[in-house]
Design a protein around this ligand. Structure first.
Ligand code: ADP
Ligand code: MG
Length: 390
């Protein structure tokens, strides 16, 4: 990164690579603190482009576009980790970038992430990297089954993953994923899943949000739970320590999320890293004095990092595209009035025009003084929305 030890004052323009909902919520935080925002995003009308006065509408590796962003912006962050590594490195050399390009490069690749976990002494699932069809034919891989074959790069929301039960299925699974470099990992028996969000400044100062418990359905985050009782406190402490070790190991600057599995015996296994705010931290907008996006902003502009405080228990439910269709497949609008009548409901929609199955259209957070109260409201929300309750 170009040296940027100076604090970047309000009034400056901040760039964000990616135009999705994370960029939109970053823009909200940046604008409310007095910054201007520019978005680099190939699609017009993307969620972040709708709220940023300046959009460079081009591919992430478009040379002219990168030059424009570097000229326009006092600093740049990302909301999407799959920006081509060379483009990120170019930006890192020409404008203050947080996170740094090499840290993002690690998070772009599951094999690299797992190597990092090993380097910093954080356990992860037993796994093997499978580079080609010959490697996929290794009978010794049977020791990792039943397992999940995941593409090393570009997977999200459970995409790019195939369950493999027996060794005879592995070659087909590898071919089905496009014969690209993959990681085969053992399917673990999960007691629960949790995640840690933290922010680290350019000076190495580090603050963390309390871990939340996450429930996935079909590989997609369904709900997150935060507050007393959401995560066992000894487990939370170990997860915070492990996430800190990951951030320090990456010499990370910015907001980082580490996802963990909690196994039956209470032990922790790191799953993956997101070099940006994360869906499981969306509740922090409503439940904390400083949200994950406020922390992303603070780290980016070199402002002091506040220790965030969870002032309310919270349950967040993702709102996926299927809610916009009835049982016959006809378009409908979810019953927002009934949803908003529930106690502590905060509705966040991302401005996406086209609902599609599995597409994240928005989320709703229920805050309350206790987790039990927030859960009760979220269960009622499941009823209103026609979702299987948790
Ligand atoms: P994504 O990039 O799609 O989030 P993940 O690797 O986090 O990919 O997998 C998505 C979900 O699939 C996890 O949150 C978890 O519920 C389940 N999963 C992934 N790997 C394993 C595993 N090794 N054992 C058990 N469940 C897993
Ligand atoms: Mg994940």
């Amino acid at each position: 990164m170009r040296r940027a030890d100076a604090y970047i004052a309000p009034g400056a323009t901040l760039g964000v690579l990616g135009g999705g909902q994370l960029g939109r919520m970053f823009a909200h935080a940046a604008q409310s603190a007095g910054y201007m925002v520019a978005v680099l995003e190939p699609e017009a009308h993307a969620p972040a482009a709708q709220v940023a006065p300046q959009q460079v509408c081009a591919a992430y590796d478009d040379v002219d576009a990168l030059h424009r962003i570097a000229r326009l912006c006092a600093a740049v962050t990302i909301e999407f980790e799959n920006v081509p590594a060379a483009a990120l490195q170019w930006l890192d050399d020409h404008v203050p970038l947080a996170p740094h390009a090499p840290a993002v490069a690690v998070c772009q690749d599951r094999a690299e992430e797992k190597a990092l976990f090993a380097r910093v002494g954080v356990p992860c699932a037993p796994h093997a990297v499978i580079a080609d069809a010959a490697a996929a034919a290794d009978p010794a891989l049977a020791a990792l089954l039943p397992g999940i074959l995941k593409t090393a790069r570009l997977g999200y929301d459970g995409k790019g993953q195939v369950t493999v039960r027996e060794i005879g299925e592995l070659a087909d699974a590898f071919a089905a994923l496009g014969a690209v470099r993959c990681v085969l990992e053992r399917r673990l028996d999960l007691r629960s899943e949790i995640s840690v969000l933290l922010a680290r400044g350019r000076d190495g100062a580090l603050v963390a949000l309390p871990p939340q418990r996450n429930v996935h359905r079909d590989g997609i985050l369904f709900a997150s739970f935060a507050g007393d009782g959401a995560v066992d406190s000894a487990v939370a402490q170990r997860a915070l320590d492990a996430a800190r070790a990951v951030a320090v190991g990456l010499d990370y600057v910015g907001v980082l999320c580490v996802e963990f599995f909690v196994l039956g015996d209470g032990s922790l296994v790191a799953n993956e890293i997101a070099p940006r705010p994360h869906n499981s931290g969306h509740h922090t907008i409503d439940s904390c004095d400083f949200s994950q996006f406020d922390l992303q902003l603070r780290a980016l502009v070199g402002a002091p990092l506040p220790a965030p405080r969870l002032h309310s228990a919270a349950v967040m439910l993702n709102l996926l595209g299927e809610l916009w269709f009835d049982a016959s497949g006809a378009r409908r609008e979810p019953d927002w009035v009934a949803l908003l009548a529930l106690p502590g409901a905060s509705l966040h929609l991302y401005g996406k025009r086209e609902p599609r199955r599995g597409r994240k259209m928005g989320h709703v957070t229920f805050t309350a003084s206790t987790l039990a109260q927030a859960e009760a409201a979220a269960r009622s929300a499941c009823h209103v929305l026609g979702l299987e309750p948790f």
